[in-house]
Design a protein around this ligand. Structure first.
Ligand code: SF4
Length: 375
């Protein structure tokens, strides 16, 4: 079944508390973790006939750093028993700054984890409290220092901007502190408020305004300029790497339609023209695995047209852009001919450019990437 090297994603659906803006699936019942690990190890085996090998592994959540080293060890044992993991695989774990003692991090290195994604979000304690994070800026600094001491030479830092009360100069301060630690990778996500989150309700009850379009664009351009001045490559709308080799190999699979297998509650998988995803309920997940069933919530088969639209949408969010020759081979469509008028107007407005057979978004194009894909 598998021809390209796929990526493996494991969703650890537990958090000690819920951050005010978060819409990812996770629950606070950490007492279920041991039962979950047993079920996950069974799910890992389920797919061993259809997926043979991986060259990226990503433990996300939720909060994977709530697991003990022993629990993580059993997960890696199950993975290595069922699949071949490339010797040079990128193995990432998302970690919460409050959970990162030096001893814990050293043990993560011994397990083979070679990349950390630290959910710092801000170096401003007021903003961290507003976001409902359970760490403060001092813990964030110590998390970075401990990671380096433990030997991690590939660290990603996640940040959020566009929060009420955070003006451009406050945001720049967080960026500058982040840059002073020279992380290999930085993700800067603009706050997106989902309904029913506590922060959304707070905005509503306090009468706070969401950012207007001009401020959003100003923040986006400030971020891109600060990062590029510091030598980072802006390789996707929200993602920056210190060098090419530090671009997230795992996330690039999502953007390039490379197969990936997602395990754990709410995890999504993709292969060929099929996408499937697991139930967003730990209890249902445990029950179905115990009954020997796949804990699926749903599955969909994408039409050629849907795949093509996704390829446009995802490609125009990345600096590399769309390989026109590859697009034609894959979908039988010559974009330059079929979308001639729209593409010419986008080029004229400097939202995209044509370079070496690629249709690429400019920085201004990246700022409005979602609407570019509507071509
Ligand atoms: S730690 Fe991450 S997954 Fe958990 S509630 Fe906060 S943002 Fe969501």
């Amino acid at each position: 079944m598998q021809s390209e090297k796929a990526g493996l994603y494991i969703h650890i659906p537990f958090c000690l508390s819920k951050c005010g803006y978060c819409s990812f699936y996770s629950i606070k019942s950490v007492n279920l973790i041991p039962e979950f690990i047993d079920a996950l190890n069974k799910e890992i085996k389920f797919y061993s006939k259809s997926f043979k090998s991986f060259d990226t592994v990503y433990l996300g959540g939720g909060t994977p750093s709530l697991l003990t080293i022993g629990q993580l060890g059993t997960i890696f044992k199950a993975i290595n028993k069922s699949y071949k993991i490339d010797p040079c695989a990128e193995i990432t774990m998302e970690v919460n700054p409050g959970d990162m003692s030096l001893g814990y991090l050293q043990s993560l290195r011994s397990l083979g984890i070679n990349r950390l994604n630290i959910g710092i979000q801000s170096f401003d304690d007021h903003i961290l409290r507003l976001l409902g994070r359970r760490h403060n800026s001092a813990e964030a600094v110590s998390a970075i220092n401990n990671s380096r001491k433990a030997g991690f030479d590939n660290i990603g830092i996640d940040l959020i901007y566009g929060i009420h009360g955070q003006n451009i100069s406050l945001w720049k301060k967080t960026l500058q502190i982040t840059l002073s630690y020279k992380p290999e990778h930085i993700s800067c996500y603009q706050l997106s408020l989902s309904k029913n989150t506590p922060l959304y309700k707070k905005y509503f009850s306090e009468g706070w305004q969401l950012l207007d379009e001009n401020t959003e664009l100003k923040l986006f351009f400030t971020t891109a300029e600060e990062m590029e001045n510091a030598g980072y490559i802006h390789y996707e709308v929200s993602n920056f790497a210190r060098q090419d080799k530090f671009k997230s190999r795992h996330n690039q699979k999502y953007w390039q339609h490379v197969p990936y297998l997602g395990l754990g509650p709410a995890a999504h998988s993709f292969f060929g023209n099929r996408r499937w995803w697991n139930t967003s309920s730990v209890k249902t997940y445990l029950k179905e695995i115990a009954q020997g069933k796949m804990p699926l919530e749903n599955t969909e088969t994408l039409s050629g047209e849907q795949l093509q639209l996704e390829a446009l949408f995802l490609g125009l969010r990345t600096k590399a852009g769309i390989d026109l020759k590859r697009f034609k081979t894959k979908f039988g469509i010559d974009l330059l001919k079929d979308k001639k008028i729209v593409i010419e107007s986008l080029i004229k407005n400097r939202h995209v450019e044509l370079k070496n057979g690629f249709l690429r978004p400019t920085r201004a194009g990246m700022a409005i990437a979602d609407s570019l894909a509507l071509i």
